[in-house]
Design a protein around this ligand. Structure first.
Ligand SMILES: Nc1ncnc2c1ncn2[C@@H]1O[C@H](COP(=O)(O)OP(=O)(O)OP(=O)(O)O)[C@@H](O)[C@H]1O
Length: 209
């Protein structure tokens, strides 16, 4: 969406590990409808950057703004608008697939409509697993549960760290379709992936040295 103002802005971000900067002076913006892929070698700082963008760790220098306001100043409002998918999926192994999704919604003070729950599980190919405990699922199926949680949430900004992990060919195509749909509705996403991502609307790339 050329010409649309960025909703997510990074201003001169610096991240240190020990005394060594992983990156510094890093500035960029992501506008509604845009998907950004962060690329870089192992250890270049992709996860560290995503954690800063999600407000999970503070930058050493610089700031992140969401809809024009520093995220540190409107933390609760910002968190309500993001969907974060990290290396730890945050699923409860003893709860069923359906209970996991309802629990995630309840944590945000929201009710998950049963029809929406079924729709989300159908989208990720897990409708027939709704009542199974998450501990009985394969790694790829767990990743799909986390994706169902994401697509059923009202989050405008998706921050996805290696969303293709453990997914088969169909799962990879599914994530790409979900991203396209999210962007078409004016959503934004920042993701990392070691594999090539191809989206109909294209994507912006940011490479960390
Ligand atoms: N909490 C921490 N304390 C110290 N060093 C850390 C910490 N977290 C990350 N690092 C270091 O920062 C560097 C960047 O890590 P990060 O996980 O951001 O890289 P990445 O680009 O996501 O890597 P990968 O492609 O392997 O997932 C690594 O050298 C890592 O060891």
């Amino acid at each position: 969406m050329t010409g649309t103002l960025p909703a997510l802005e990074a201003h001169r971000l610096e991240c240190l590990r020990g005394d060594i900067p992983l990156f510094s002076g890093l500035s960029f913006g992501v506008a509604p409808g845009q998907i950004m892929q962060v690329e870089g070698a192992n250890g270049s700082g992709k996860t560290s950057l995503l954690r800063i963008l999600a407000g999970l760790s503070p930058p050493h220098e610089g700031e992140v703004r969401w809809r024009g306001t520093r995220i540190a100043h409107r933390r609760a409002a910002f968190l309500a608008e993001i969907g974060y998918l990290g290396h730890h999926l945050g699923l409860k192994a003893e709860l069923s697939v359906g209970e996991n999704l309802r629990f995630a919604f309840a944590l945000n003070g929201l009710d998950l409509d049963p029809q929406k729950l079924e729709q989300a599980l159908d989208q990720v190919g897990l409708l027939d697993r709704m009542d199974l405990p998450v501990r009985a699922l394969s790694a790829g199926q767990r990743q799909r549960v986390a994706l169902a949680r994401l697509v059923s949430s009202p989050a405008a900004l998706w921050i996805l760290d290696e969303p293709f992990t453990a997914l088969d060919v169909g799962g990879i195509a599914l994530v790409q379709r979900l991203l396209e749909h999210h962007a078409a509705r004016g959503g934004l996403a920042v993701l990392t992936s070691h594999q090539a991502v191809e989206l109909r609307g294209g994507l912006v790339k940011l490479t960390l040295a």
